[in-house]
Design a protein around this ligand. Structure first.
Ligand SMILES: Cc1cc2nc3c(=O)[nH]c(=O)nc-3n(C[C@H](O)[C@H](O)[C@H](O)COP(=O)(O)OP(=O)(O)OC[C@H]3O[C@@H](n4cnc5c(N)ncnc54)[C@H](O)[C@@H]3O)c2cc1C
Length: 217
């Protein structure tokens, strides 16, 4: 049976509309890679077997673990009702989104979570050698906007698909967007978002000349 680690919630705070950060104790000896996720549940009789995958947004070097969770109608709704002092259960880390070298990151909504851990684990200069396109419905949905702007300076582009706002693109991502915004398709591409988001971008990138072995998702 998969090993389980009970961990106390230390801190909870909003990082976007309907999106909370949960900082929890890091179990002794627990190790993960940036980009990985784990199956999490709430440590109560009612919810302990109700698991959902969440991605680590902290790095393995941190003394605590952070998850960023958007509220939907299932377990995430119950998670959002928790308080510091309540307990969650995490399990073994899994997943293989890794950083292989400078490239273009494309995220939709909570798809930013594995990238946050990767960016936080890289040095300041290395992060700036990458570019980020971050798609959200509206401005209030953007997770950790300030931190991302600080990390990337002019190398981050935010697009709001359902809102027009000065300083932000108002475009959906598709092949013509990628053709216009990207001049060099020879580097790495990192994509995370809903399955439809990932698959359509992956397909367009390959059509535009990207190497399918350099598309990480
Ligand atoms: C590998 C992996 C890593 C993940 N990491 C994170 C993370 O770091 N942060 C995070 O918030 N979520 C993450 N998720 C999604 C998370 O596991 C839950 O599935 C999701 O939050 C919904 O859980 P729920 O129980 O509240 O909703 P459910 O009861 O499963 O669904 C409720 C409603 O929400 C809709 N819904 C569910 N998921 C999504 C979605 N992703 N986008 C749009 N609509 C959705 C469903 O269609 C349904 O109508 C990850 C998923 C995977 C597979």
């Amino acid at each position: 049976m998969e090993e389980e680690f009970v961990s106390k919630i230390l801190k909870i705070g909003f990082v976007a509309n309907d999106v909370k950060s949960f900082v929890i104790e890091k179990p002794e000896g627990y190790v993960f890679n940036s980009g990985q996720a784990t199956n999490l549940s709430i440590n109560t009789l009612r919810f302990r077997d109700e698991k959902r995958p969440f991605t680590f947004t902290s790095t393995n070097n941190d003394l605590v673990i952070e998850f960023i969770v958007k509220k939907y109608n299932g377990l995430t709704k119950n998670l959002h009702e928790l308080n510091p002092g309540d307990e969650v259960i995490i399990r073994e880390p899994f997943g293989s989104i890794n950083y292989f070298g400078p490239g273009i990151f494309i995220a939709g909504g909570t798809g930013i979570t594995p990238f946050l851990s990767i960016f936080r684990s890289l040095g300041e200069e290395i992060v700036k050698s990458n570019k980020l396109f971050f798609f959200n419905k509206t401005h209030k949905d953007i997770i950790c906007e300030g931190e991302l702007r600080e990390m990337f300076n002019e190398n981050v582009i935010f697009s709001l698909t359902d809102e027009k706002r000065k300083g932000y693109l108002n475009k959906k991502i598709n092949k013509s967007f990628l053709k216009k915004e990207i001049t060099d398709f020879s580097g790495y591409f990192y994509i995370c978002g809903s399955p439809g988001f990932v698959e359509s971008i992956r397909k367009s990138l390959i059509e535009l000349g990207a190497d399918k072995n350099k598309i990480i998702f």
